[in-house]
Design a protein around this ligand. Sequence first.
Ligand SMILES: CC(C)(COP(=O)(O)OP(=O)(O)OC[C@H]1O[C@@H](n2cnc3c(N)ncnc32)[C@H](O)[C@@H]1OP(=O)(O)O)[C@@H](O)C(=O)NCCC(=O)NCCS
Length: 184
Amino acid sequence: MRLSEILVKYRTRALRLFFGHELLDASKCAKIKDNRMFSGLSVRPVKAGDLDAIMRIERASFGSDAYDRKLFADFTHICGGLFLVASKGDKVIGYSITCIRGDRAELVSIAVAPQQRRRGAAGALMDSTLRRLRRRGVTRFVLMVKVTNERALGFYEKYGFRKNRRVSRYYEDGSDGFLFVKVL
Ligand SMILES: CC(C)(COP(=O)(O)OP(=O)(O)OC[C@H]1O[C@@H](n2cnc3c(N)ncnc32)[C@H](O)[C@@H]1OP(=O)(O)O)[C@@H](O)C(=O)NCCC(=O)NCCS
C-alpha cells in the first residue's frame, strides 16, 4: 500500500503526514543508547517479532479504531527508525510511531498496554523519540489527538506540546481533533 493510500484509509490516527494541515500549511532524540533503561524499562526500534504484542496493545487501546497488522508492517518500512517499542524484559508493553519529513516530524500513534499505564512507559518512548528527532535536526513535532482523550491530552501537555488549533470532524467518527505542536 502506498503512503498516500494508507493516509486516506487510516485517516483516523495516521494523520495526514505528507498532505495534512500543519505540515502542508507550513508547507500536517551524542549517540543514542537504544536500550537505555528506565526503571526496568527499555526502549528500542521495533522488530518483526514484536507485531503480535503490538496488535494486542493496539486492540486494547483503540478498539474499533485499531490499526491492522498490515499497516503496522508498512510503518516499519515507512518510519522504520522511529517505530519504537517499550519493553520490560522480553515483554513489549508499548509502542510509538513517528514519521519525519525534512525538519518536521509527526507522532502517528502511541499506546501502552492498559495494565502497564502510569508507570512511565509512554514517557520513555517519548524521551527516546525526542532525542532521536533532535539528533536528526527536526525542529517541529506535531500530532493530532481527539479532544475527548483526556489521558493523551495530559500526557502531551506534560511533554511540552501546545495546542495549536481545533480541527473540526477530523476523525472518522466525526470527533474533533486538537493539533498539538512542540518546537524542538
Ligand atoms: C496516553 C498513554 C499513551 C500514556 O501512557 P502511560 O505509559 O500511562 O504514560 P506515562 O506513565 O509515561 O505518563 C507520563 C505522564 O503523562 C500524563 N498522563 C498519563 N496518563 C494520564 C492520565 N490518565 N490522565 C492525566 N495525565 C496522564 C501524566 O502527566 C504522566 O505523568 P505522571 O504519571 O508522573 O503524573 C496511555 O494512556 C495510552 O496508551 N492510552 C490509550 C492510547 C491513546 O490514547 N494514545 C494516544 C492517541 S493520540
